[in-house]
Design a protein around this ligand. Structure first.
Ligand code: UD1
Ligand code: CA
Length: 473
């Protein structure tokens, strides 16, 4: 593809007043990623990051720091005086920075996040083929209210006469079904020439980029429209409700993509699956599961209801029983987790290991086939293979100031309710008796008992009763 002569500007400076939120609109998230990152990801499929100009203004530093890792360029729009004003800032930026002005400029909206690279490509190709000064991406959604409307010379022809904003529609124009998506392609020189002629004589007192269409037509320049395949793709997000509609649409797309590759998802509309999640074939996802961030799950797994799994890598044939919570963890093949296991960051669960009911792990490596099935806390520990951790046993990793390491060798048996006070080492093949408090190394092959001895007082109950009776008499 020839990307020479094309740059992309993304309008992302607006406050998003209609959201009634402190967070800038373009940093609101759908499908687990900010609106703006969705748009940039699509744009990067068309041109390299350094040819993408992100116009920022409201909470600019917050937006810049969230977006900077993508490598795009930033154009400041200190005061947000409308979409036309946003592009005036791009013109000024080129003049000031001395960067080469691209022949054509694609303009995307930071709040139209479902746009696909294929559709940006469609508008780019149409623009070149039609030799247009301005090409507008349009759609015909079920309800066009609120959007700018695109007026064509003739319904069957690509030529446009004007874009009219909702508030400026004449009664006879209200029924116009074709909306402006807020996505355009311009001949840069023609656009830059018109930007200086915009005014604010309109319902919002703003510089409307959309006015450029009629101005070009008046000058005999060619303005055309091209319809997106699906209206869903160009829906805007002006309110939280609209945004959640897009979120649901995006997640359903993700679920469909996964199902098409052999994943079974029961009642996908109840699951929250982020856009980047990957899942292998023949894995089953039960209702009400959340799979977030960069989570990757292998094939032939079963993820049972109410589990919330974030940024976690899971191998093959893993069973995650109900209600598990995982963040930044690694789970090897054939492991069995839960119900109600909590894997905190840097938990590495080995092959065929079992981490069971109400067990919490953190910064721990657990070897192949080891089991911790009931009510454990395992933190800052390296645990070998074939280890059995009895019910209620815990690592005491924290002394109030520092964290300390527990090391457990292969084939160790830790009895129930033991307290392993770190730093401590339990060497391979040793036993810890139930209820022990372990503060020193347990050598290979040894049994460690660290508990008070049991004393038995025969007949104590009867003696007590006799004493009580004697006092009363
Ligand atoms: C705009 C279009 C409308 C179209 C709709 C599609 C105009 C005048 N209207 O309306 O025809 O149907 O998009 O979604 O363009 N922005 C800036 N700086 C500003 C103002 C806005 O960067 O000064 C950014 C916003 O952050 C947003 C985008 O431009 O990402 C669109 O602005 P918004 O105010 O949402 O325009 P709409 O009213 O939706
Ligand atoms: Ca909008």
């Amino acid at each position: 593809m020839d990307t020479q002569g094309f740059a992309i500007a993304i309008m992302a400076a607006g406050k998003g007043t209609r959201l009634k939120s402190k967070r800038p609109k373009v940093l609101h998230e759908i499908g687990g990623r900010s609106l703006l990152l969705h748009v940039i990801a699509a744009a990067q499929q068309i041109v390299p990051a350094e040819q993408i100009y992100c116009i920022i203004g409201h909470e600019a530093e917050r937006v810049r720091s969230a977006i900077a890792p993508t490598g795009v360029q930033f154009v400041m729009q200190e005061e947000q005086r409308g979409t036309g004003h946003a592009l005036q800032m791009v013109k000024a930026y080129f003049a000031l920075s001395g960067q080469t002005i691209p022949e054509n400029l694609l303009v995307l909206s930071g709040d139209v996040p479902l746009i696909r690279p294929e559709t940006i490509e469609l508008i780019r190709e149409t623009h070149l083929r039609e030799r247009a000064a301005m090409t507008i991406l349009t759609a015909v959604p079920p309800n066009p209210t609120g959007y700018g409307r695109v007026l064509r010379v003739d319904p069957g022809k690509p030529e446009v006469t004007a874009i009219v904003e909702q508030k400026s529609l004449r009664p006879d124009q209200l029924a116009t079904p074709e909306i402006n998506s807020g996505i355009y392609c311009f001949q840069t020189a023609a656009l830059f020439e018109k930007l200086d002629l915009l005014d604010t004589n309109n319902a919002h007192g703003e510089f409307y980029l959309t006015d450029v269409a009629a101005m070009m037509v008046a000058d005999g320049q060619r303005v055309v429209a091209v319809k997106a395949d699906s209206a869903d793709e160009v829906l805007g997000a002006n309110t939280i409700a609209e945004m959640m509609h897009l979120d649901a649409a995006m997640r359903l797309n993700t679920a469909r993509r996964l199902m098409a590759s052999g994943v079974t998802i029961f009642q996908p509309e109840t699951c929250v699956i982020d856009a980047e999640v990957e899942i292998g074939a023949d894995t089953v996802i039960e209702p009400h599961v959340q799979l977030l961030g960069s989570t990757k799950i292998g094939s032939d797994c079963r993820i049972r209801s109410y589990s919330v799994i974030e940024d976690t890598v899971i191998g093959e044939r893993v069973t995650v029983r109900n209600g598990c919570i995982m963040g930044s963890a690694f789970v090897a093949d054939d492991a069995v987790l839960g119900p109600y296991a909590h894997l905190r960051p840097e938990s590495r669960i080995g092959e065929a290991a079992h981490i069971g009911n109400f067990v919490e792990t953190k910064k721990v490596t657990i070897g192949k086939g080891s089991k911790a099935n009931h009510l454990n806390y395992l933190g800052d520990a390296v645990i070998g293979e074939g280890v059995n951790i009895g019910a209620g046993a815990i690592t005491c990793n924290y002394d109030g100031v520092n964290k300390h390491q527990t090391t457990i060798g292969d084939n160790v048996f830790v009895g129930s309710d033991s307290t392993l006070v770190a730093p401590v080492t339990i060497e391979s093949g040793s036993y810890v008796a139930a209820g022990s408090t372990i503060t020193e190394t347990v050598p290979t092959g040894a049994l460690a008992l660290g508990r008070a001895r049991q004393t038995v007082k025969p007949g104590w109950v009867e003696q007590k009763a006799a004493q009580r009776k004697a006092r009363k008499d």
